[in-house]
Design a protein around this ligand. Sequence first.
Ligand code: ACO
Length: 322
Amino acid sequence: MTFARIAGTGGYLPERVVTNKDLEEMVDTTDDWIRDRSGIKRRHIAAKGEKTSDLAVVAAERAIEAAGMDVSEVDLIIVATSTPDKVFPSTACIVQRRLGLRKIPAFDVNAACSGFIYALDVANRFISTGGARNALVIGSETMSRILDWTDRSTCVLFGDGAGAVLLRASNEAGIISTHIHSDGEFEELLHVPAGISSGYDTVQQEAAFIHMKGNEVFRKAVSTLGNIARETLSGNNIKQEDLAWLVPHQANLRIITAAAKKLELSMDQVIVTVDEHANTSSASIPLALDVAIRDGRIKRGELLLFEAFGAGFTWGSALVRY
Ligand code: ACO
């Protein structure tokens, strides 16, 4: 049997840091409110003209370098993003060109904040069925471009960044299981109303920004993440004490804390970057993973649980032996 193993990870955060104090100058908010309600202290924001593909390319190059591979060995690129450079071609094709690769399949996946888990699921299926041997799975977002910077209820919560994982075919697992779900019933609780077939050329400015019923999203996220964690553990016949680390989507420290509590995991076993990165949507899990691998917390052989929840609603998890 062929498995997908994480051979290397990479991350990239734009240079510009915007603190909560900076936001106090822009909207009616306070550093205390943002920290109390979300755990966020600062976020990185892409420079003018810096695009999702620019972030993705740097993260990808770092993942390839960490894997000790040559870029020419990559035979699949999947980019998870809700903030692509263009309507088409896909951001994955733009990244492919920038990496100097030709002919290999490259495509985007949009599952909002669960996008990385969805992309990982797809890449895992490619590798386990022999369709690819070295897959680049990237989460990259410029969330700042879909924020209304006058709306205090959303603009304080998001940031820009990219994370990448290079998956390599192996006899050892690797990605043990992935679990993905969605429920379109909740479309209006978290969405950017503008879109190509909804009158893109006549769009009202505010339709191009994130609209969110924060409270309702919060409640649904907490209960759903508890369920997906249970589904993953029981599906693999393992207990929470077998887990070394939880690497959750980084939306809100209170959601992460509640998820850890449901799993009876100490916060010492949870990778948290939301304080420094804010919510970078599909980039948040690979970014958090990369941070914790590079600082030595996550070690080879350890069992990891990734979990995410996002617009759609979409949600998912992956059980991974690093
Ligand atoms: N600064 C100060 N006050 C604010 C701010 C702000 N930035 N934003 C809202 N408020 C006010 C509200 O207007 C409200 O005032 P009111 O009581 O006078 O009406 C008050 O604070 C409380 O607002 P709530 O929305 O009830 O605050 P809550 O405790 O629910 O926290 C938050 C809001 C942080 C958005 C929370 O609901 C949350 O995190 N929800 C989940 C959001 C999320 O994670 N989304 C992404 C998940 S999926 C994905 O990643 C795409």
